[in-house]
Design a protein around this ligand. Sequence first.
Ligand SMILES: Cc1cc2nc3c(=O)[nH]c(=O)nc-3n(C[C@H](O)[C@H](O)[C@H](O)COP(=O)(O)OP(=O)(O)OC[C@H]3O[C@@H](n4cnc5c(N)ncnc54)[C@H](O)[C@@H]3O)c2cc1C
Ligand SMILES: *[C@@H]1O[C@H](CO)[C@@H](O)[C@H](O)[C@H]1NC(C)=O
Ligand SMILES: *[C@@H]1O[C@H](CO)[C@@H](O)[C@H](O)[C@H]1NC(C)=O
Ligand SMILES: *[C@@H]1O[C@H](CO)[C@@H](O)[C@H](O)[C@H]1NC(C)=O
Length: 542
Amino acid sequence: MRFFSLAGLLALPLALTVAQEDAGGPDEAVPYTLEEVELQIDEYLDHINATDPTSADEDPDVAARSLPSGCSLACGFLNFARPNDLFYPNDPEYQYLESRYWSQQQAGVEPECRFTPRSAAHVSLAVLTARVVKCEFAVKSGGHAAFAGASSAQDGLTIDLIHLTNIEVSSNKKKTTVGAGNVWYDVYSDLTPQGLTVVGGRVSAIGVGGLTLGGGLSFVSNRHGWACDNVDAYEVVFADGSIRKVTKNAYSDLYWALRGGGNNFGIVTSFDLATYAQGDFWAGVQTFFYTDETSAAINDAFYHLGLRSSEDPYAQVIMAYAYAQVIDSFVIASDLQYSKPVVNPPILQNFTSIPGAIADTMRITDLPGLTVEFNDTNPGGFRQSYWTLTVGNDADLMGEMVAIYKDEVEGIKDAPGIVPSAVFQLITEDMITHMSKNGGNPLGLQSQQGPLNLLNIAISWSNAADDARILAAAQRMVDRSRAAAQARGLDHPFLYQNYASQFQDVFASYGSANLARLRQISKKYDPTKVWQKLQKGYFKLG
Ligand SMILES: Cc1cc2nc3c(=O)[nH]c(=O)nc-3n(C[C@H](O)[C@H](O)[C@H](O)COP(=O)(O)OP(=O)(O)OC[C@H]3O[C@@H](n4cnc5c(N)ncnc54)[C@H](O)[C@@H]3O)c2cc1C
Ligand SMILES: *[C@@H]1O[C@H](CO)[C@@H](O)[C@H](O)[C@H]1NC(C)=O
Ligand SMILES: *[C@@H]1O[C@H](CO)[C@@H](O)[C@H](O)[C@H]1NC(C)=O
Ligand SMILES: *[C@@H]1O[C@H](CO)[C@@H](O)[C@H](O)[C@H]1NC(C)=O
């Protein structure tokens, strides 16, 4: 048994403070090592054990830790080191943070505690703490991943990046440094008045972290590529607790892996995003009742846009088929965006000439306004499931996939609160070409493949009792659509991570060579598999 060391105890908070300040400026910093954190946890334990048992009983948290185990020790130690940034389930702040998940499934996950780092050094401390005591952890940015545990650790430690919200435009306006805890609304609201933008999410409340690490399809991706292709530098907390700047030139293999590798390669604390001039949009939604004629016209317009997109890359569209339970009808939301303030440009006229819209919000708008409109149509608080599939660009196949979707909805449409949708987007040739920027990314998309049609099955509903049958229907929508594509020779392996369900094998879909390279890079930087094993949730290299 160790003796209580007053000197050690007093030194602990001091050592932590000093280390935090050291980590501010340089590109490379080692605020803590595993050994140091181990020592500090030892001293902390001595302190706990030396505490008068009578006074300990007055504090239920301390009493619960008298027999320390993995995560209770991690939480206790972080609470000791950062008392204002560690929350237990009985704290109102914990409840607030839990309420910021989009899906009910994620909000229902109860970590033993939630830690809210205010710097990369605090993230480093949390990771090393989790390693020392072998506590499972998860990382949250915007909390929009749908399935349980994607960004929260049941009975574990959830590291919530909510305070990493710096946004800083470089003096030449070519780069914006964005903290990983930002949501896109805040980033765009900062940049738009300056006539600038970065490539990011289309719904205001989406997090910078998850969207950018999984890929990131934006309103301006025809012109600039996906979000991951527009990251000039990542500030990353490595598994050994060091904080490093990862760029095309520094840790270039890791730089490649981070551009679609999800949470498998470290915790990113900030992104340097390529920054572009951007003014207002002409954009909005035209809503139709489903009819076979309208659907055929929309699918045809979508197909032709796929062929001709590069003639005018300012145009992008999202075609969402949905079922509206209150009126027992299918509807089509035709989301059109033109990233210039030009009304009804020729490239979009095959869509705008379709008659019969029952609602139309097309207008000149700025980016923050557009993302709020999209946020309003994706409310939080429901059960949610996302699924994905990629196929060739073909109007008849798209029609067949819509029919499959509608057929499967018939079997689940009575579920209380259900809003099932099938959302189609083009992965255009321009987008794929931009993916070769900066040495390429691991997604496995090649430009000679032509435009692709990216399907996102997105279903929300109210009751857990309906989970099993809804997930089964979603699985069948994807399986039957894949079979339909295969029958036409139009199937494609790509599964987009940010739209995938927990049952889909995202990294296998990147192709065997890319997966092998990702695994090799993971082994090099994370030999003890901190990100693969100790960090739960989302898609792993398997
Ligand atoms: C309503 C809605 C709209 C969407 N719109 C778009 C869109 O326009 N374009 C698009 O491409 N996708 C879109 N998506 C998908 C979206 O990109 C994913 O859901 C993404 O995971 C959300 O990121 P997040 O930070 O909000 O989620 P989180 O749940 O916080 O994170 C998702 C995953 O990333 C990990 N992660 C997050 N931050 C970090 C970090 N800093 N370091 C390491 N790991 C991290 C988490 O651990 C988790 O595993 C949308 C999703 C929804 C629900
Ligand atoms: C603290 O006390 C507990 C229970 O008495 C014991 O299991 C543990 O080993 C002690 N820790 C240290 C570091 O002495
Ligand atoms: C519009 O649709 C027609 C066929 O219906 C097609 O020939 C034309 O290329 C399309 N135009 C654009 C801009 O997509
Ligand atoms: C997005 O919508 C939710 C309601 O579902 C709301 O609570 C949140 O404030 C909105 N966020 C932004 C950034 O618009």
